[in-house]
Design a protein around this ligand. Structure first.
Ligand code: ASN
Ligand code: ZN
Ligand code: CA
Length: 332
């Protein structure tokens, strides 16, 4: 049957009106992205297993911006996978999660009132709940890039999802989630160092996590201590998220894209940032070259120093900034 790559229109909840790469099959359209490894977006229609049905229809317009339209979450999820694919390619020269040109797939409308999203290695797929009460659908771009980046971590360092390595695994997803959001340069969803700010999971407009000062969420740690590995991985991620913010932007007060940050240091030092672009290069190289499944915080310091040395030299400003940013979160 006749198949063609098309550019459709997504009317998303979080990212405004966006172009979506779709497929025309015969006379109908479906959410298959033939330019990014064949990524597909499926409707679980409240189910919790299998793939449900591939989103398809008579026109190439997806959703209306309102979550009550079942295509809207699909537009956000399809867009999130598309942007994250392009971010990996543009920033890191990487072709998909496994760097093999093949895509994962996405499933939306998982379960009933499900307030979460997740990556699964067994399906090689991202899954999104619709939220409940205050919590909006879990399909914002930073959440999508966060989940897809669990796939990347799994395919590379393989950081175990518990203890300190689990915190580093979670931080990697937050770091690349924020990286994808900045990369998208979408005026409806500007880049920030907040995770899940649009979901409103707390019902008071606050994000899930803050990278400049992770303790603002009431549970995450700003700095390493010997008890860190006993925490939930979404809280032991704090020092690594904080490291990444400090390395990118430096300590103290700063406003970026209209969001005010104020990042402390645990040792009273002043850290000067090297910019997000270089910080992302360092984290990615550390993740894909030097970290392993059992890497803890001390080894993450070494991994990122090795990455900075390989990329910029052992006497570079970048190398020194990595050391200073880790020291500022009590690592090393
Ligand atoms: N949204 C969570 C995460 O990606 C789901 C989980 O904890 N498994 O970390
Ligand atoms: Zn996660
Ligand atoms: Ca964000």
């Amino acid at each position: 049957e006749y198949q063609a790559i098309e550019t459709g229109t997504g009317n998303t909840t979080y990212s405004g009106t966006v172009n979506l790469t779709t497929t025309k099959s015969g006379t109908s359209y479906n959410l298959t992205d033939g330019t990014r490894g064949g990524h597909k977006t499926y409707n679980l229609n409240r189910g919790t297993s299998g793939t449900g049905t591939l989103f398809s229809g008579a026109d190439d317009v997806w959703g209306n911006g309102n979550p009550s339209n079942l295509e809207t979450a699909a537009a956000d999820a399809h867009y999130g996978a598309q942007v994250t694919w392009d971010f990996y390619k543009s920033a890191f020269g990487r072709s998909g999660i496994r760097n093999d040109g093949r895509a994962a797939y996405s499933r939306v409308h998982y379960g009933n009132n499900y307030v979460n999203a997740f990556w699964s290695d067994s399906c090689f797929c991202m899954t999104y709940g619709d939220g409940a009460g205050n919590a909006n659908p879990l399909t914002s771009l930073d959440v999508a890039a966060h989940e897809m980046s669990h796939g990347l971590t799994s395919a590379t360092a393989g950081l175990n999802y518990s203890g300190e390595s689990g915190g580093l695994n979670e931080a990697t997803s937050d770091i690349l989630g924020a990286g994808a959001e900045f990369f998208a340069n979408n005026s409806a969803d500007v880049g920030d160092y907040l995770i899940g700010e649009e979901i409103d999971i707390n019902g008071d407009g606050t994000p899930l996590r803050y990278m400049d000062k992770p303790s603002k969420d009431g549970a995450s740690k700003d700095a390493w201590s010997s008890s860190l590995g006993g925490l939930d991985v979404h809280y032991s991620s704090g020092p690594a998220n904080h490291f990444f913010y400090l390395l990118s932007e430096g300590s103290g007060a700063k406003t970026i894209n209209g969001v005010a940050y104020n990042s402390p240091t645990s040792n009273g030092s002043t850290v000067t940032g090297i910019g997000r672009t270089k910080a992302l290069q360092i984290w990615y190289k550390a993740l894909t070259t030097y970290m392993t499944s059992t890497t803890k915080y001390a080894a993450a310091r070494t991994a990122t120093l090795n990455a900075a040395s390989a990329l910029y030299g052992a006497s570079s400003t970048e190398y020194k900034a990595v050391a200073a940013a880790w020291s500022a979160v009590n690592v090393g």
